[in-house]
Ligand binder design. Structure first.
Ligand code: FES
Length: 252
């Protein structure tokens, strides 16, 4: 049994009996989150270079009042809250940014020192994280618009066509859809909350859907990161083409 001085030492910030490099996981999360937040904020507030030919940046979709008839600022600001709230309240991202930004806790089985009294997300303000499922409903609507944009990206003035941007937009919306489909809230909604499938209405199809979502959910972290990269890169590509820095190549 450990004596009191050993227990005290283990209580200091960063103390652990783990022998692996537990901190390695935190650094990429910290850097990527910071870069993404700065980039997405700048782009959303920029209010230009979001459209070119049949392409529309995912940061600006659905495009509301681009002519500034009643909204004088960047149209992206009107819809930014949906995807931002969805990612911020995502169960995986919560774990990642609690660790990366406030070290609360720094990692599993690593002491956080001063930060005592963690009671989960049962009280204000952390209880607000439970709005995640409502953000899921909201981004499902936004996702429908992104699919529409991906289809429109095949429509050129001379008819059907495929450019590099078309392919990028299509891959992006597929990745975003998989990320949403692997959501913990969806898994709960479909069947995670049930104790007995055979007793529930539509139990059989719900079980099949739950198993499918569970398969995606097991890799939720992967889909969260890959879709974050894809949405930023899609916006970057369209902004560079729109600004004349890059030339889009027509593939078909
Ligand atoms: S838990 Fe991550 S998107 Fe829902």
């Amino acid at each position: 049994m450990a004596d009191s001085s050993t227990l005290k030492a283990l209580d200091r910030f960063g103390s652990t009996q783990r022998h692996d490099a537990w901190w390695v996981e935190i650094i990429p999360a910290l850097v990527i989150f910071t870069v993404f937040i700065v980039y997405a904020t700048l782009r959303a507030f920029q209010g230009k270079y979001y459209q070119w030919g049949p392409y529309l940046s995912p940061f600006y979709s659905p495009l509301i009042d681009p002519q500034h008839r009643w909204w004088p600022f960047s149209p992206a600001i009107l819809i930014l809250g949906g995807p931002a709230g969805f990612r911020l309240t995502c169960y995986y991202y919560r774990k990642a940014y609690y660790r990366a930004f406030v070290a609360h806790p720094p990692a599993c089985a690593v002491a956080e020192g001063e930060h005592r009294g963690y009671i989960g997300e049962r009280k204000f303000p952390m209880i607000l994280q439970n709005v995640h499922r409502y953000f899921f409903y909201l981004v499902t609507i936004i996702l429908a618009f992104l699919w529409y944009d991906a289809v429109v990206a095949f429509r050129w003035p001379d008819g059907f066509g495929i450019g590099v941007g078309t392919a990028i937009m299509l891959v992006n919306v597929i990745l975003l859809t998989i990320y949403s489909a692997s959501c913990h809230s969806l898994r709960h909604l479909i069947g995670g909350k049930l104790d007995c499938f055979s007793c529930a209405t539509f139990g059989k199809p719900r079980r099949a859907a739950w198993r499918w979502v569970t398969g995606l959910n097991e890799h939720h972290m992967f889909w969260a990161w890959i879709s974050l990269f894809s949405v930023a890169l899609t916006d970057l590509y369209i902004s560079l083409v729109s600004a004349g820095v890059l030339r889009d190549i027509r593939l078909l």
